[in-house]
Design a protein around this ligand. Structure first.
Ligand code: ADP
Length: 366
């Protein structure tokens, strides 16, 4: 490289996930990394020493070329260091246009501009992530509003008419407020799980868990919200404990039993445990209308709601549940016979208690 060129270590550049392109004072490409080669479709060697404008035809959003007459005048001011983030379009080796988000920094020697280094990211990916973020916020805000409306309504009523309300009514209203507060907490936990699942940062707090007791406790809790709930729990007496995060397993079982109540029927439900030497499994079987073949795998897709879904939801429950089960090393699947009902079944791998260094004092454990 000429003396004015940047000295950039290629190995360091290549480990970066973002594309990096360095230009000299004349906007000739003097360094690129592997990610830039993938983004543009040119081999690294084919880019070096070529004018950026000639090779990649960078354009603004309105189609006009970036830097048509050399660097922007502000680039020559010593106080200007960073290149503000902007979207531009590049022409790839195959002739296709690619929208990228670009940030960077100018390089100077003393007062003299000697070039710039740019980091480029596929703008399509960013737009997609932003969209799903906005989608999640709008769906969940909608879901949060209904329990909060009821909390607000009942507390206002209790405060304004305390002396005139019968004790039974007060208890009924407070129970509803309590349930709605639980629902809001559950939704917020789900929201946090979504971001942790997506970023691979979900932390499991595993203990030895008795799934039969956990299942019974979930059914108990849900019977307040669904008074008609009628569940047969069927676990062999020698059912082994499983090494899992009890809060997350409660969330999965609650989602499956609640879905059975919402989308099938709260009566005639069966919660079954099975175990072999490798894994344990828990199934929730309902006697609803079942799920047609066209929808069966989609139910685990984010935001998917079947058109016949009666009470509306966010379409996130099963997607989160599958993520939580897979984070444990298990699988969540469904089989369904239209007209007869569905079975949602998840597995969790068996771990020997001796391998866990745990006492036996845990939730649902003793
Ligand atoms: P939500 O969080 O909105 O309840 P889920 O992800 O839990 O959504 O479920 C997605 C869709 O799968 C629901 O809209 C519903 O149509 C369908 N579904 C889930 N469980 C059952 C079931 N037991 N029987 C029939 N359909 C179901």
């Amino acid at each position: 490289m000429a003396s004015d060129c940047l000295s950039l270590d290629q190995a360091c550049l290549d480990v970066l996930p973002d594309a990096v392109i360095a230009l000299d004072a004349h906007q000739v490409i003097v360094a690129v990394n592997q990610a830039a080669s993938v983004l543009t479709g040119y081999p690294v060697e084919a880019m070096l020493g070529i004018s950026c404008a000639a090779l990649l035809a960078p354009r603004e959003n309105d189609g006009s070329p970036c830097w048509p007459a050399g660097w922007h005048p502000s680039a020559h001011l010593r106080s200007v260091r960073a290149v503000p983030e902007q979207d531009m379009t590049l022409r790839r080796a195959d002739g296709a246009d690619r929208r990228v988000a670009v940030t960077g920094a100018y390089r100077r020697r003393g007062d003299r501009l000697i070039g710039a280094v740019f980091a480029l990211r596929d703008a399509g990916l960013r737009v997609h992530q932003m969209n799903t973020g906005i989608e999640i916020v709008s769906t969940v805000s909608h879901e949060l509003r209904s329990p909060l409306t009821s909390v607000k309504g009942f507390t206002a009523l209790l405060l304004n008419r305390w002396d005139r309300l019968a004790d039974d009514d007060k208890v009924r209203m407070l129970e509803q407020v309590n349930r709605d507060a639980d629902r809001v907490t559950r939704l917020i936990t789900e929201l946090l799980d979504i971001s942790r699942l997506e970023s691979g940062r979900l932390v499991l707090r595993r203990q030895m868990v008795d799934l039969a007791r956990l299942g019974a406790s979930v059914v108990d809790d849900l019977s307040v919200e669904y008074p008609a709930l009628d569940v047969t729990l069927c676990f062999p007496s020698s059912f082994p404990k499983v090494y899992a995060d009890p809060d997350k397993v409660v969330q999965v079982v609650t989602n499956l039993v609640e879905n059975a109540c919402k989308y099938a029927s709260p009566t005639g439900l069966l919660v079954t445990g099975e175990a072999n030497s490798e894994e344990v499994a828990l199934s929730v079987t309902d006697r609803g209308d079942g799920i047609g073949a066209e929808d069966i795998e989609n139910v685990f897709t984010r935001f998917f709601r079947r058109s016949e879904a009666r009470p509306s939801g966010s379409g996130l429950g099963l997607w989160i549940s599958r993520g939580l089960v897979e984070a444990h090393g298990g699988r969540l699947s469904v089989t369904s016979v239209p007209g007869q009902g569905s079975t949602f079944r998840f597995t969790l791998p068996r771990v020997d208690f001796d391998d866990t260094d745990l006492g036996d004092t845990d939730l649902y454990g003793s």
